[in-house]
Design a protein around this ligand. Structure first.
Ligand code: PMP
Length: 445
């Protein structure tokens, strides 16, 4: 029979039968350990009984109430809960169905806010290279990932990019505040070059996601970009689509540095893989100004869907009840130490980084120069496929803006236990052994 379904490539994967905890089973009975929580989504694990029960209860009441016709208890409760988890200044919540929609919403609210202030010339949104903020054209315009953006460049407005603070590639000490200042000052320089009166916002992933491979900002960076944004009247957007929801060991990635943005986007772990759900969270005064000026000219049909909100609320309840944020911090430390130890066995592991259970390792041909592996090796696909065949799912991307380099995210659900970390490491070590043998790369033992 003709296969009518398509995604971005011809990649064929087995049919999923069921999933529970950190495991998924294909129809042929084979079990897979979800070492990347899908795409860093299934943060509380699969088939959580409390979430399923909350969804059943909501389904019996209503599954849709159009936002212009009804408020729902589920959406109001989730908005209150989400705002309560945010810094005080950020009190308003706007629901969407995914990460790209959440990012689009931040860009558009920022723009309308500038208009209310009589700053119509502000429209440029500075972002980082590499970065990932979504696949719709607005979010893609601020995404620094060449292969995804290039085909659509004539359809988008070019937006300024500054280098992501990849101290490990530039031979700089990430713990030295001078390093953070060095990269943050590039933001100031770009604002000056572009003309401060034209710059609307700066968007940043507090802990990097797929494009940088769990990049942790150097000392002082997050604080300095906040100061620079304030100095030039530029709004600061934290894209917490991946880093939000507890995965880094704090509910918000930015909590590690105590910095407060003007706008936040969240998705992925917010719906936890149970429902498509995302949100923009905004400063109260920004929302008030835009609503006073005639309203926010933006919205999606499924916004605030009661089933999605009921599931999202139950996901947060489970994160709190089981202290999964605490578990992400504790298990993340253990997993990171184990990944670091792999460097002794595999000299082609160049860097291990991340926070909590948002972790990644990067492969290189030379650890001192950080030269990437030859592109022809196709390591980013190859290692993922070897691991997949062994029943371990990890997530990879090209490190250097999508052009070359190979990093791998190891981000199991936040419910992961120590014995399960042993299992991840055993499978990963086996996969790396096989990868080394196949590619002829050196091994130390
Ligand atoms: N922002 C970040 C930081 C992301 O990681 C992603 C998804 N990888 C997005 C935005 C886009 O989210 P979605 O795929 O749900 O549209």
């Amino acid at each position: 029979m003709k296969n009518r379904l398509f995604y971005q490539s011809r990649l064929a994967r087995p049919e999923l039968d069921r999933a529970e905890g950190i495991y998924l089973w294909a129809k042929d009975g084979k079990r897979y350990l979800d070492g990347s929580s899908g795409a860093m989504v299934s943060n509380i694990g699969h088939s959580n009984p409390a979430v399923l029960q909350a969804m059943r209860e909501q389904m019996e009441k209503s599954t849709f109430g159009y936002r212009l016709h009804f408020q729902t208890e589920a959406s109001e409760r989730l908005a209150n809960k989400t705002a309560a988890l945010c810094p005080e200044e950020l009190g308003r919540v706007f629901f969407v169905s995914g990460g790209s929609e959440a990012v689009e919403s931040t860009l558009k609210l920022a723009r309308q806010y500038a208009l209310t202030r009589g700053e119509a010339q502000r429209y440029k949104v500075i972002s980082r290279m590499p970065s990932y903020h979504g696949s719709t054209l607005g979010a893609l315009a601020v995404t620094g990932y060449a292969p995804l953006a290039a085909p659509f460049s004539p359809m988008m407005r070019e937006m300024p990019k500054i280098p992501a603070p990849r101290a490990y590639l530039d031979g700089l000490d990430p713990d030295d505040p001078a390093t953070g200042k060095h990269y943050a000052d590039m933001l100031e320089q770009t604002i000056l070059d572009e003309g401060p009166q034209t710059v609307l916002a700066f968007i940043v992933e507090p802990v990097g996601g797929a494009s940088t491979g769990a990049l942790v900002p150097p000392a002082g960076y997050m604080q300095r970009i906040r100061e620079i944004c304030d100095d030039y009247g530029v709004l600061l957007i934290h894209d917490e689509v991946m880093s939000g929801g507890g995965r880094t060991g704090k509910f918000w990635g930015a909590e590690h540095w105590g910095t407060v943005p003007d706008l936040i986007s969240i998705s992925k772990g917010f719906g936890g893989g149970y429902v498509p759900l995302g949100a923009m969270i905004a400063r109260d005064d920004i929302v008030e100004a835009v609503l006073d000026a005639g309203g926010f000219a933006h919205g999606h049909t499924y916004a605030g869907n009661p089933l999605a909100c009921a599931a999202g609320l139950a996901v947060i309840d489970e994160i709190e009840r089981q202290d999964l944020t605490g578990n992400a911090a504790a298990m993340g430390d253990k997993l990171k130490a184990r990944l670091n130890a792999l460097k002794n066995r595999f000299p082609f592991i160049g860097d291990v980084r991340g926070k909590g259970l948002l972790l990644a390792f990067e492969l290189v041909s030379d650890r001192t120069t950080m030269q990437p592996l030859p592109k022809e090796l196709g390591a980013f696909d190859r290692l993922v496929n070897i691991a997949y065949d062994k029943g371990l799912i990890i997530y990879s991307r090209r490190t250097r803006g999508g052009i070359s380099g190979d990093h791998f995210l190891v981000c199991p659900p936040m419910i992961v236990t120590e014995p399960q970390i042993d299992e991840i490491m055993a499978l990963l070590t086996e996969a790396l052994d096989e990868f080394a043998a196949e590619t002829g790369l050196d091994k130390d033992s």
